[in-house]
Design a protein around this ligand. Structure first.
Ligand code: ADP
Ligand code: MG
Length: 493
């Protein structure tokens, strides 16, 4: 059998001029590419802006896997022979190194028995591939190995998208079929003691490197197992990086520093993937090393630099449906642990009440993120989380509680061009009648879109000379810094 020619770099830049890739086993043609749904992103409140209508989605495919169909045929012949020969359950007992050696010996033997012609380097790559299939995450491996990918989205065996530099792109990564994909999903979730199948088709898990995984399987996912991975970034972005990317202006970053230092209670609001957790991580950088900080997360993502940090994580129910520990239980428990600041990775439910209480009772400087499209919406989300959590409190009381505890809301957004911006730094001022009064300290003003489709705009102060957190800043001896930063912010620096 002739062996398909392969290039030596399985990952990397898209390669030109390659034949379309038929699937190894003849199967129905892949479904036509689905256009991405339009992003519902936060537009800054009020103020109409000149923005070009979105371009029609034309989809290009990133070539990550650059192998010919012959390669896949050869691989599946060898793979099938291998599966016939070895006992997979025994293999699973071995440590990865010896398992790899075991597979290697058998594959080399199969290659010689079947008289497959291939060079040593081709053989090495085939071995790697097969080991990835049997022991690792198969076709996902090249994607997992890349640090520049933020998300991996697999929609059934034939369709995989990735997010790089804020843009979602389709790749040509494919799985043999849905059952291979399902096996890989199963392997991922079983590492954290969970199971995904028809009877429990939804599952959250985590890779060993900390990446967050969600699997939803048929029959709920109609077009095949659907896997979403938020890759864990080892080197979290720093506030300086955000300034360099233009996500925030230098003086805006200085205002955030002062907010962090002077122990304001902060909510970070934004859509999925807008950079909330990243920003929260940056803000925690301003916590004094002497403070006792407790973090509560669904999946530990934050990387605090301080020595005195206790990290807590929620726990989903086990296979039998018991043993769940909710965010609310964590936050409540946290209060008995003598924290000086409480950091909640993502506020989604009734824990909002406990976080507000903590902020209100001497744990100022606490922070959390939540999913909303504007600072005002963030506060009404907090209100509805408390209402839905079964606290029988009048709306006005809840609002007073919000006003009494949250000092600043920072709004993050992922714009249409893929860039992430800090859209607003907004203060919670007080109540007027039944309404919460907000005041923007800084906004990102969108001017339009340049020819390359990038959003053009500027971070600008709103001209407030004495924000409400001025007093706090003064207490921490930061009023001069704040005055300077606000002047520069107003000048658009
Ligand atoms: N300002 C930024 N510029 C560029 N990339 C960013 C920025 N903020 C976050 N990212 C990247 O975007 C991805 C999602 O960020 P994350 O903070 O986890 O979002 P969220 O918590 O809102 O879902 C991560 O890969 C992160 O590194
Ligand atoms: Mg997050």
């Amino acid at each position: 059998m002739a062996f398909g020619k392969r290039t030596s770099a399985p990952t990397g830049a898209p390669k030109p001029a390659a034949k379309p890739q038929p699937k190894p086993a003849a199967k129905a043609a892949p479904p036509p590419p689905k256009p991405e749904p339009p992003k519902a992103e936060a537009a800054p409140e009020a103020k109409p802006v000149k923005v070009k209508p979105p371009k029609p989605a034309e989809e290009t495919t990133l070539r990550i896997d650059d192998r010919s169909s012959q390669y896949y045929e050869t691989k599946s012949t060898i793979f099938n022979a291998l599966i016939d020969t070895i006992d997979l359950s025994q293999l699973a007992q071995l440590d990865p190194e010896s398992a790899r050696d075991e597979i290697r010996d058998i594959v080399v033997e199969i290659i010689s028995i079947k008289n497959v012609v291939m060079s040593i380097s081709e053989q090495e790559q085939l071995l790697d591939d097969i080991c990835n299939d049997v022991l690792g995450y198969g076709p996902l491996e090249p994607l997992l190995a890349r640090d520049d990918i933020a998300d991996i989205m697999v929609n059934g065996a034939d369709t995989t998208y990735i997010e790089v530099n804020g843009k979602i792109e389709r790749t040509n990564i494919r799985f043999r079929d849905n059952s291979q994909l399902m096996n890989i999903c199963q392997r991922i979730v079983s590492q954290v003691g969970r199971r995904v199948d028809e009877s429990s088709p939804i599952c959250d898990a985590r890779l060993l490197d900390g990446s967050r995984v969600n699997v939803i399987a048929p029959p709920l996912a109609i077009d095949g197992p659907t896997l979403t991975i938020r890759k864990f970034k080892k080197d979290k972005l720093k506030l300086n990086d955000l300034v360099n990317f233009g996500s925030i202006s230098p003086s805006g970053a200085e205002v955030l520093r002062i907010i962090g230092h002077s122990r304001c209670n902060v909510l970070i609001s934004g859509g999925t993937g807008s950079g909330k957790t990243t920003l929260l991580n940056c803000l925690t950088g301003f916590i004094d090393p002497g403070e006792r900080v407790i973090t509560c997360e669904d999946s530990a993502e934050l990387q605090l630099q301080q020595p005195h940090v206790v990290r807590l994580e929620t726990r989903p129910p086990n296979i039998e449906g018991s043993g769940e520990v909710t965010m609310r239980e964590l936050v409540k428990n946290c209060l008995r642990m003598r924290p000086e600041r409480i950091i909640v990775g993502e506020v989604r439910g009734p824990e909002a009440f406990d976080l507000l209480q903590a902020m209100n009772t001497g744990h100022d400087g606490s922070m959390g993120t939540l999913h909303a499209n504007s600072p005002r919406e963030a506060l009404s989300r907090v209100e509805s989380m408390i209402t839905m959590g079964g606290f029988a409190l009048p709306a006005r009381t809840i609002r007073e509680m919000i006003v009494g505890s949250i000092d600043v809301v920072v709004q993050a957004s992922r714009l249409r061009d893929g860039s992430r911006k800090i859209m607003n730094v907004t203060e919670v001022m007080g109540m007027e009648g039944d309404t919460i009064v907000l005041q923007d300290v800084m906004n990102f003003e969108i001017d339009g879109e340049d020819d390359s489709g990038s959003v053009a705009g500027k971070h600008r102060g709103t001209g407030i000379g004495r924000p409400k957190f001025w007093e706090r800043a003064t207490y921490y001896n930061l009023e001069n810094d704040l005055a300077k930063a606000l002047d520069r912010l107003e000048a658009g620096e």
